[in-house]
Design a protein around this ligand. Structure first.
Ligand code: GAR
Length: 203
């Protein structure tokens, strides 16, 4: 297969940044043909900003509290993404709702710590434990306006073990995320997805 140009990623994150690091590591190890062009984070204390430093990625703080509404925040996000040449946007621990302002300009994907459509929204791991499911996991999906509802691109199941706490189950789900998200991105990098109305098919 002819070599293709690396996929230019813009990452939105505001957690500790383990998924950011997993993407950066996959790029370094040659498993993902991509470049992280910019990190945007919305919480000044987010650990992910240290990951950006470690991996030498430009990081831009856009604190949502400084914007009058979601659309203005998204306009600023679009400006930063365009200025850094991002093509695909990855939400890796981004807890803000998006507007059409962002979705009209970019394809956006998200990683969520449950097997959607179960346990949407915040506290997905606690929701799964409270419900008593025996299997949960993580989902990579396209982002649309409704929360955690876009086309599912890939999922990885994780068993719930007796005595699991949110921390122990969350740690195993994150291990699955760190494998799944870079794999999905590599399919994008190679143009290997066909996305129809509700289906994503690997070529
Ligand atoms: C990830 O586990 C991701 O699934 C979750 O935030 C975490 C960020 O961790 N996202 C959501 O819950 C979105 N609804 P990280 O900062 O270590 O990558």
């Amino acid at each position: 297969m002819a070599p293709t140009a690396p996929l230019n990623l813009g990452i939105l994150a505001s957690g500790k940044g383990s998924n950011f690091a997993a993407i950066a590591q996959s790029i370094r190890q040659g498993r993902l043909q991509a470049q992280i062009r910019v990190l945007i984070y919305n919480n000044p204390q987010a650990g992910v900003r240290h990951q950006a430093q470690t991996w030498d990625v430009p990081a831009v703080l856009l604190d949502h509290r400084q914007f009058p509404d979601r659309a203005s925040l998204d306009r600023a996000i679009v400006g930063v993404l365009q200025a850094h040449g991002a093509e695909l946007v990855v939400m890796a621990g981004w807890m803000r709702l998006v507007t059409v302002v962002l979705l009209e300009q970019f394809q956006v994907i998200n990683i969520h710590p449950s097997l959607l459509p179960s346990f949407k929204g915040a506290q997905a791991i606690e929701q799964a434990l409270n419900y008593g499911v025996k299997i949960t996991g993580c989902t990579v999906h396209l982002v649309e306006l409704a929360v955690d509802s876009g086309v599912i691109l890939a999922q990885q199941a994780v068993s719930v073990l007796p005595g699991d706490t949110p921390a122990s189950l969350g740690a195993r789900i994150q291990c699955a995320e760190h494998q799944l998200l870079p794999e999905v991105l590599q399919h994008f990098a190679r143009g290997q997805f066909v996305i129809t109305d509700r289906q994503a098919i690997f070529n």
